[in-house]
Design a protein around this ligand. Structure first.
Ligand SMILES: *Cc1c(COP(=O)(O)O)cnc(C)c1O
Length: 236
């Protein structure tokens, strides 16, 4: 399969990220591009690596492990878990990823903490916030987030690094701008509470359809799948 399109897509995205950063006076280095490789084959990930990409995101434990086992130099990559995490899958994720983006309950935080103790690691995590309050989505409300941050601050083997949101699918990304601004404000609000051990600096927001707007509103991580790899095909 000819994978040249990946090179071209990555160049275009890199240009757009750089332009978005300069529009709002941010340094390009403040924004990390995470290639969301779910459903896509290892060969496509390797093509990204050839283009200098080192951050990848997956949303299923089994798929993540399968890819880690076949990709050369996988251990030097930064794997991110971005999907809804069931507690019985926590043991496969802890110790195998750099960052879990999707913590949305005390029970899940407890599981990650317990598993991290067992493996003698500290797990970096984000709180997933359902800013738009879409019924179909996981995540805590903006109102619940400070309480969960407070709770997580008491867990010895978890390090809360920031907040993540999945904005609604929209044709016009401007519609999501206020949601991104709200997540950023929430991060500042929680930081200002001076909770012990909580000083967050990660805002994971923005996907293929809206990452430029998200960067303008302060995203430090953008998660891009379709824009790099093309449409996903799910075999159900
Ligand atoms: C699939 C997915 C993405 C990537 O979405 P695209 O629109 O394909 O860029 C980003 N974040 C999460 C949490 C996802 O599940």
């Amino acid at each position: 399969m000819n994978l040249d399109f990946i090179d071209n897509n990555l160049k275009e995205i890199e240009d757009k990220i750089t332009a978005a950063c300069s529009r709002c006076g941010r340094d390009r280095n403040e924004v990390t591009l995470i290639a969301i490789s779910k459903t896509k084959p290892a060969a496509m990930i390797e093509r990204c690596i050839g283009n200098g990409i080192t951050f990848f995101g997956e949303n299923k434990a089994q798929e993540l492990m399968d890819k880690q086992s076949v990709i050369d130099g996988s251990s030097s990559l930064h794997w991110n878990f971005i999907g809804h995490l069931q507690r019985n899958k926590v043991k496969y994720i802890v110790g195998n990823v750099d960052l879990i983006h999707s913590v949305d309950s005390e029970r899940l935080a407890d599981s990650i903490n317990e598993q991290s103790k067992k493996k003698n690691v500290i797990s970096d995590v984000l709180i997933e916030v359902n800013v738009a309050m879409e019924e179909s989505k996981f995540g805590v409300s903006c109102e619940e987030a400070p309480g969960l941050a407070q709770y997580m601050s008491t867990l010895s083997n978890i390090r809360l690094r920031g907040l993540m949101t999945i904005a609604p699918y929209v044709d016009n990304p401007e519609i999501n701008r206020p949601l991104f601004a709200k997540l950023r404000k929430l991060l500042i609000d929680i930081n200002s509470k001076n909770i012990d051990n909580v000083n967050m600096d990660v805002l994971s927001m923005g996907m293929t359809g809206d990452y430029e707007v998200a960067i303008e509103e302060g995203a430090t991580m953008v998660r891009i799948g379709t824009g790099i790899f093309g449409e996903r095909i799910y075999n159900i």
